[in-house]
Structures are given as structure tokens and as C-alpha cells.
Design a binder for this molecule. Structure first.
Ligand code: HEM
Length: 428
């Protein structure tokens, strides 16, 4: 029998609900609420959604991430939504290892480096879309669009499909805003069907394609055999659909808020921003610090067999949420954890998770963040928020809107190129 609230000492019980809209009010009190829970204990028990453990401290979160023999990734959702396959995310070894081996080489640091020029081209085009106005909604006009464009480019899918993907990915996460859980689930099922049908067509068209050094990610995945239990077989359509779907959803709903938060913190920490404007070589470390300060994902695990961890006994079939955003601000791990410091050394944050399921897209995400900041600092260096960002809570916490203003500038052209000191110099 899994743990119920009746089995848990009262001081460890909380009614914290990750899906409660009030925790992401205009002041975004999510971190505050999570800090209160972390101050109680490394692990507390939250009663909403059928009850689940909530893990807040760095060492415990890290241990769980590295213990797939005790903590399963299936199902990977907290809500009682129909469990859908999101491969490799909600599989366990040995299947997980086999699926991951297909995807991982496609997202290596070397392949990602080759993407820098393409990412910069999209960043430049998106900034061109609003730079003359001196204001924009940084989420709608930029942060929501960049990861979709990068996904489409990686998969060699038509750019015109960007609005379709943005819309469907949005619905996949938020269901029907303001609707009941049932209504939201119906929306999610519909989205899964639509995306499934889209990817089914792509799989059909590209199966059997001969591969070369310039092949797109989708064609490579579709035509790479799965090696499992000493045997090799083609990936089934259903498996492929779920792998392509995950790559879309995992890349969008995480990168989008991280881009917005990066600008939000640098608008607040002006001295740090000025240092980055003066010396862009500080950006890679700053990106790690920005990722540490706000982690969008709350991975879920299911307990395979009883275990004592973080001062509590978890039973078979218990579910737990890993609060990466809290682990990243654990004072026993990070000095002065709520403060942004681009000089912080060894920022070993957990925003990309850890262990076997560690984010495959981390290198691409980092490049999107670094290049975005570099270009924003070059072209709209005095950006400031005109209203607080509107955040949205969920297992992939997001930012829905973030209006900014800045001194208007010209669309990209001679002036920008003259100042281009980027190492890759791959601007289109
Ligand atoms: C800043 C942006 C991103 C953040 C914060 C992030 C975060 C994460 C986290 C925490 C996990 C682990 C989940 C778990 O342990 O259950 C994960 C897994 C994953 N991410 Fe990301 N992600 C980001 C961007 C991306 C991008 C751009 C892609 C693809 C293009 C991507 C693809 C994946 C995939 C496929 C997995 C599943 C890996 C597995 O199960 O082995 N992510 N991500």
C-alpha cells in the first residue's frame, strides 16, 4: 500500500499544490513557498493530486536522480492524465538506455556547436521583428518562438508549421486553461492525436531514407535501429512518434521560461548585466548561474520498493516530485543562494536533472541562452520589464508573458555586422 497522509507525521504534511495558480501570482511566490517547505525538512508530503512526496534538498534530489533501480520514471506526470509514452523520458533501464542511445549522439556538444550559426540567425530574425518598436512581449515575440524554430530546423520541418507546433505544445502542457482536469485531459488527448498524425506522416516519408553527414535529426532517429537485449530491430512507428513528441515538448516548455528568466534577472541585476555587455566571455558562467536561480522542471518519480531517504520511509508505488528549483538554492550547497553572482564558481545546478535521464538537449539550451543574451546585449542593452512577468505553475513551470521596453534600434544590417565579434561568425 502506498503512503497516505494518515501515515505521515503532521509536521511533514503540506497542502502545497504545484498546479495552484496562486503560487505564480504577479510576484511569482513559487520560490518562497518552496523555500518554506525546504525549511521544514528535506522531504515533505503534499496532499493534493492523491498525495506525493516533495523533495527539496540538493543531496537528496541528486541521490534520487542517480538511483533508477529504486525510483522509476514511469509514469512521468503528477496529474491523473492518461499516461502517454514520452520516450525515453518515462522508461527505465534497459529500455531507457536503448532509446537514449538512439537520441544522445544527435545532441552531442560537437553537433550542437555546428548549430550556433543557425541559432544566431533565428535570434537575429526574431529581434528584427520588434527592435524598431522599442518594446515587445519577450515571451510571445521571442522566447516562445526560438525553441520552436530550432526544433523545426533540427527536424527539417517547414518553418510555416511553427504556429501549429507552438499552439499544440502549449495545449499539451496547459490543457484547457480555466477548465476542469477532465476537460484539460480531453484537450491533451486531442493534441497527442494531432501531433501523432503529423509525426506519422513524417515517419512514413522518411523511413528508408539514406543517411549522410547533413541528415536531419528526425531522419536519423527514424532510420537508426534499436539495440536491446543483444538484438537489433527498427523502431516502431509508435515509439518514434513518442520520441519526436518528447523532443518537441521537452525542448519548448523548458527553454522558453529559462530565456525569459535570464532577461528578468539581468534587468534586475544591472551591474552584472553591464559586466556581461562589457565582456561577453563571462556569458557561459552567467548562463549556468541563471539556470541555477530558476529551474523550470519538476521531475516525477515512482518508488519501486520501500526505501528510507531524506528522513522518511517511502513505500512501493509512492510518487515524488523533485523540486530542482529548491535544490539549486540549498544553502548547504550554495553560499548566499538567492543572490545572482556571475562570479560563482562551479555552478553544479540540477536544472537539467542528473543521472541517466539527464537532459539530452542541455547543450542546445545553453547555446540558445548564451546567443540570446549576447545579441540582446548588443542590440537592446537597456532592456527593462514594464510589468512583472506572468508565470504559470506546473511540472514545467513557465512564463506566459513578459513585456519589456528598450531604446529602439535598427533591424540587422551593416551596423550590427561591423560590431560582430562572435567566435562562430556564422550569421546568415
Ligand atoms: C533550459 C532548457 C531545458 C531544461 C531546463 C531541461 C530540463 C530537463 C530535465 C530536468 C530533464 C530530466 C527529467 C527527469 O529526470 O525526469 C530533461 C530531460 C530531457 N530533455 Fe531537457 N531541458 C531543457 C531543454 C531541452 C531541449 C532543448 C531538448 C531537445 C531539443 C530537451 C530534451 C530532453 C529530453 C529528450 C529529455 C529526456 C532524457 C531522458 O529521459 O533520458 N531538453 N530536460
Amino acid at each position: 500500500m502506498p503512503t497516505t497522509a494518515a501515515d505521515v507525521p503532521e509536521h511533514l504534511l503540506s497542502d502545497f499544490d504545484l498546479y495552484d495558480l496562486s503560487i505564480c501570482d504577479p510576484e511569482d511566490t513559487m520560490q518562497e513557498r518552496v523555500r518554506e517547505l525546504a525549511q521544514i525538512a528535506p522531504v515533505v508530503y503534499c496532499t493534493p493530486h492523491g498525495g506525493h512526496w516533495f523533495v527539496t534538498r540538493y543531496d537528496v534530489v541528486n541521490e534520487i536522480l542517480h538511483s533508477p533501480e529504486v525510483f522509476s520514471n514511469y509514469p512521468s506526470g503528477l496529474l491523473d492524465a492518461p499516461p502517454s509514452m514520452m520516450l525515453p523520458l518515462n522508461s527505465d533501464p534497459p529500455e531507457h538506455t536503448a532509446y537514449r542511445n538512439v537520441l544522445q549522439p544527435l545532441f552531442s556538444p560537437t553537433r550542437t556547436k555546428a548549430l550556433q550559426g543557425e541559432i544566431r540567425r533565428h535570434v537575429t530574425e526574431l529581434i528584427d521583428g520588434f527592435i524598431e518598436k522599442g518594446e515587445c512581449d519577450f515571451v510571445a515575440d521571442f522566447a516562445h518562438q526560438l525553441p520552436t524554430r530550432v526544433f523545426l530546423w533540427l527536424m527539417d520541418l517547414p518553418r510555416e508549421d511553427a504556429p501549429l507546433f507552438s499552439d499544440l505544445a502549449q495545449k499539451a502542457f496547459f490543457g484547457k486553461p480555466g477548465g476542469t482536469e477532465e476537460e484539460s485531459n480531453a484537450v491533451r488527448v486531442d493534441v497527442a492525436q494531432q501531433l501523432g498524425a503529423y509525426f506519422a506522416r513524417v515517419i512514413d516519408e522518411r523511413r528508408g531514407r539514406s543517411l549522410g553527414p547533413d541528415s536531419d535529426v528526425a531522419s536519423i532517429v527514424i532510420n537508426t535501429p534499436l539495440q536491446l537485449d543483444g538484438q537489433e530491430r527498427p523502431l516502431a512507428d509508435e515509439e518514434l512518434q513518442s520520441m519526436l513528441l518528447l523532443t518537441l515538448v521537452a525542448g519548448l516548455h523548458t527553454t522558453q521560461p529559462q530565456l525569459a528568466w535570464a532577461l528578468m534577472y539581468l534587468a534586475r541585476y544591472r551591474d552584472e548585466r553591464q559586466r556581461l555587455i562589457d565582456d561577453p566571455s563571462l556569458l557561459p558562467n552567467a548562463v549556468e548561474e541563471l539556470l541555477r536561480l530558476e529551474a523550470s522542471a519538476f521531475p516525477v518519480r515512482r518508488v519501486k520498493h520501500e526505501i528510507e531517504i531524506g528522513g522518511v520511509t517511502m513505500r512501493e508505488e509512492d510518487r515524488l516530485l523533485l523540486a530542482l528549483c529548491s535544490a539549486n538554492r540549498d544553502p548547504s550547497r550554495f553560499e548566499d543562494p538567492d543572490t545572482m553572482s556571475i562570479d560563482r564558481k562551479h555552478v553544479a545546478h540540477l536544472s537539467f536533472g542528473g543521472g541517466r535521464h539527464r537532459c539530452i538537449g542541455s547543450h542546445i539550451a545553453r547555446e540558445q541562452l548564451r546567443i540570446t543574451l549576447e545579441e540582446c546585449h548588443r542590440r537592446l542593452p537597456d532592456y527593462e520589464l514594464t510589468q512583472p512577468a506572468v508565470c504559470h505553475p506546473s511540472q514545467a513551470r513557465s512564463v506566459l508573458s513578459m513585456p519589456i521596453r528598450f531604446t529602439p534600434g535598427p533591424r540587422s544590417g551593416v551596423r550590427e555586422r561591423a560590431h560582430d565579434t562572435t567566435p562562430e561568425g556564422a550569421r546568415a
